[in-house]
Design a protein around this ligand. Structure first.
Ligand SMILES: [Zn+2]
Ligand SMILES: [Zn+2]
Ligand SMILES: [Zn+2]
Ligand SMILES: [Zn+2]
Length: 450
């Protein structure tokens, strides 16, 4: 369904090889590496990231007391795949847990602790690969194949963390290579997903029979399919008391090939609190129909962010300036194409719409066409899209797109996608909220129509 292609500007990307229906799963894969956040050491399984409130009771590692497991199966699996929680990792976690943050300025904050945890796993993985362990060799090769060359920032962090790592890993002083560590850090930053913990109110997953798989408990960092540690959407209360909500981070090899656009066409779902062997898998669903040869895009930040926020995020975290069609349009029109001035911006009359070159045009007789958001005009865009060469997005289209695909639940900011192919029910990838096409049309008529 997808193939890797080279784009002159964006490098590798994933493209559809056939027509894909909205709601179809375009990619599902298991993780290369999962790392529970230090602050979640008693709340997230170190093997599968399951939230421990979701199970009868976790098992804390009796040796290091710095990791917990959702059950004996995960504990045994973690111990026997040594790089997850074998003896070396366990000892390193114990030593890391004994180093207080701020001590010798080596560990400045929780983020440093999380970086150190990731590095312990990565360096142990490498050691196993050097010893010739097949699975480790494969994972190491995958890890090193991810994009990411270190910048000065990672080199500084690596220099600072080196003595901590050497201490934790029982390594000879100066034997940990700063450039190698910095490279690993950069790859992690560019390619990992921050995985959200369940919101405090629902940390007991609801037993209500929600829509099939991935519904109520799919609480990934998704937001706008967010990659990287730079993003942790919070509820207002949480934002106030600054509580962190990431349970950990996850690396996926194929998913890391999906490039960014601020008007993505796939949404990321995860299911860490579901039962079953694929709970750690990431899953991307098409948000609408995709013609063959379309590049699939995820968004590295929530769709609701304004132009400036998105530009800053792309620049600061990923080191690129986004030139997607939405950014071209908003860069031109200013952030808010529909201000609070009541001008109800994009709802064009037929006359106005007639003048448009792309987007809603074709079927745009009468009322603004929702079907335009559902494939029709997107197909036009996607066809024209050698991508950013395609020119700015149509403002009306964008307005409808945001109404349709941004979760309407206050402070959720998740992305909505059809529950399945041919299904008009949409589901939020973050909170699981569902909305039918009829409800959507009713909501549209409410505040906006005149
Ligand atoms: Zn587990
Ligand atoms: Zn342990
Ligand atoms: Zn953009
Ligand atoms: Zn939501």
């Amino acid at each position: 369904m997808l193939e890797v292609r080279q784009h002159p500007a964006r490098g590798r990307g994933l493209y559809t090889t056939r027509h894909v229906q909205g709601g179809e799963v375009v990619l599902q894969e298991g993780p290369l590496m999962l790392v529970a956040a230090h602050t979640m050491k008693d709340a997230a399984c170190a093997m599968c990231l399951r939230h421990l409130a979701a199970v009868a009771g976790g098992i804390q590692c009796p040796q290091c007391q710095q990791a917990s497991f959702c059950g004996s199966a995960c504990k045994q699996a973690a111990e026997s795949s040594h790089w997850v929680h074998g003896l070396d990792v366990c000892r390193a976690y114990q030593k890391l847990g004994a180093v207080s943050v701020g001590e010798q300025q080596a560990l400045q904050d929780e983020q440093d602790l999380d970086a150190a945890r990731f590095l312990i796993h990565a360096l142990c993985l490498k050691a196993l690969a050097v010893q010739g362990q097949a699975d480790a060799i494969q994972r190491c090769t995958s890890l090193l194949s991810l994009v990411g060359d270190p910048t000065e920032v990672e080199l500084r962090v690596a220099t600072r963390l080196r003595p901590v790592l050497e201490h934790a890993l029982n390594a000879v002083p100066n034997s940990v290579d700063v450039t190698e560590v910095a490279t690993l850090l950069r790859k992690e930053q560019l390619n990992s997903y921050g995985i959200l913990a369940p919101p405090p109110s629902t940390s007991q997953p609801s037993s209500a029979p929600a829509a099939p798989a991935l519904a109520s408990a799919s609480l990934g960092a998704q937001g706008g399919d967010v990659q990287g540690a730079g993003y942790a959407p919070m509820t207002e209360e949480e934002a106030e008391d600054g509580e962190r909500r990431l349970r950990g981070s996850a690396l996926y090899v194929q998913a890391s090939l999906i490039n960014h656009e601020c008007n993505p066409n796939v949404a990321r779902f995860d299911a860490f609190d579901q039962q079953g062997p694929t709970s750690t898998h990431v899953c991307f669903k098409a948000m609408h129909d995709l013609p063959p040869g379309t590049e699939v895009f995820q968004s590295y930040c929530p769709l609701s962010w304004d132009h400036e926020e998105r530009q800053a995020h792309c620049k600061d975290v990923y080191g690129f300036a986004c030139t997607c069609q939405r950014c071209q349009m908003e860069g031109r029109h200013g952030d808010r194409m529909q201000g609070d001035d009541g001008s109800s911006g994009g709802w064009m009359t037929d006359d106005e719409e007639g003048g448009r070159e792309a987007g809603m045009g074709e079927d745009g007789e009468g009322a603004p066409s929702i079907s335009g958001v559902d494939g029709g005009s997107m197909a036009v865009d996607a066809d024209a899209a050698g991508a950013s060469e395609a020119g700015p997005l149509d403002p009306t289209y964008l307005q409808l797109y945001l109404l349709k695909y941004v979760c309407p639940i206050p402070s959720c900011f998740g992305t909505m996608a059809p529950v399945g192919p041919g299904v008009s029910l949409h589901e939020c990838a973050v909170c699981g909220h569902t909305r039918s096409e009829e409800q959507f049309l009713q909501e549209l008529e409410g505040p906006i129509a005149e």
